[in-house]
Design a protein around this ligand. Sequence first.
Ligand code: XIL
Length: 503
Amino acid sequence: MFKRLTAVLTALCLMLCGCALAQEEKFVSYHSDFSSGTDGWYARSAGGASISVQDGALTIVGRTGSWNSPGRDFPLEAGKEYALSVQVRQDAVASATFMISVAHSSLGVESYENLVTGAAAKGEWVTLSGTWTPAPFDNFILYVETVGNDTLDFSIRDFTVKLYEMKVDEEIPSLKEAFAAYFPVGTAVTQMEARNTRRMDVYASQFAIVTPGNELKPDSVLDIAACKKLAKEDETAVAVHFNAAQPMLSYCRDHQIKVHGHVLVWHSQTPDAFFRESYSTGKPYVSREIMLARLDNYIRLIMEYMQEKYPGVIVSWDVVNEAIDDGTGKLRASNWTKVIGEDFVERAFEIARKYAPADTRLYYNDYNSHLAPKADGIIALLTRLAAEGNIDGYGFQSHYSSGGVMLSRIRNMFEQVEALGLRVRVSELDITIDNTSDPMLKAQAYCYKNLFGLYMEHAAHIDAVQFWGVTDDLSWLAAKHPLIFDARIQPKPAFWAIMELVQ
Ligand code: XIL
């Protein structure tokens, strides 16, 4: 009897799993116009909120928290890219911000990501849309929530999620090949993009060098919980991990793409706890000596790990980022200046040089370096660093707007850096525009072309030219369309303008 029951249960289970799998494999697209009920949607809340459907829209009322939302389960697959879209409307406040978010779980632990954000003015239907590539999780709930406005009633309609088909034109010429005689062309990549090998393969055809956009910053690398444990024995001990960067580093290693490391020392994206006794925010700062020892351990552990797991992959590092203040040209006040003091930049380079492989290039990296008084401050800092002999070059971040590319000032700064005997890197290039009208796209193309003309003139001094991202939709400045590929990875006029220089 027991055996028979087990067999029946097993068969049932197999059938169910089979269905689930078949459904998963089949999942290509979903669209709800809410013409036939709630269609699997439910209210996400601790009890108070409820949903109803009328006239092709789903409305949620009775919310008590921003996460109270209409949600629905979707059988998404890791590594596939999905296009998401929904219309939202509210009739209560002048403007409210909405997000399409996802709740996913792994081994029973739920976690969340915000995928698409947009604002809706009172009484207007507004479309939120974007793309997303999931990491491996056991299940996914997509939902539409507010930012703040915890009790706002709102409606959604036309919710769409579909496999995003990248139509990649095989005929697109390769930037990295076109500029190979001048300098390596590269880009920043984020971990979400790195999950999608189809996308990465396109990037690999265009770019020779990659910078992890966030994944090697201290807030990704430092393991504060583990540091706290170590600090009980030794306040100078440091623990690190590379969970966010690993997939990207492995892809680059396996596809002969070089990696530029960004960044060892920065005032931003660095946990305050790094500077505190017992690694605990709220406790006093540690002494200069302890902080220098922590920094020494931090950089040593990173270099050792990379040498062991990814030898030869990382060819260069931003040792320090954005240390100079825009307004004064002096050192920016930060936890680094407070705890180590005015020579923290020099000490960071000294430590990086001690542990980096001999042929690894080390840079100081900053933005707006063509503007006074910052330009003078940067040159003064570079002069001090060059005298100590631990620096190879300066990284021009190069975040511009189409109205603000001051070519002659940038050229002048290139010349000053070169005169110090330092290499030039264009590390984070993007040029924002206000909209994607033809005149704006042309203005952007013109700026990119002029800049690349300058880079070609200085090619003998340039180690790499890297964009800060590939497609506009995934840029950190997505609202201002700053890159040379559109959301469908099709070249924009700027791409062709750059290419004209070498054809
Ligand atoms: C940006 C990332 O692109 C964003 O995803 C993140 O939220 C903030 O940082 N200068 C730098 C980069 O040196 O590290 C910054 O990257 C952009 C400005």
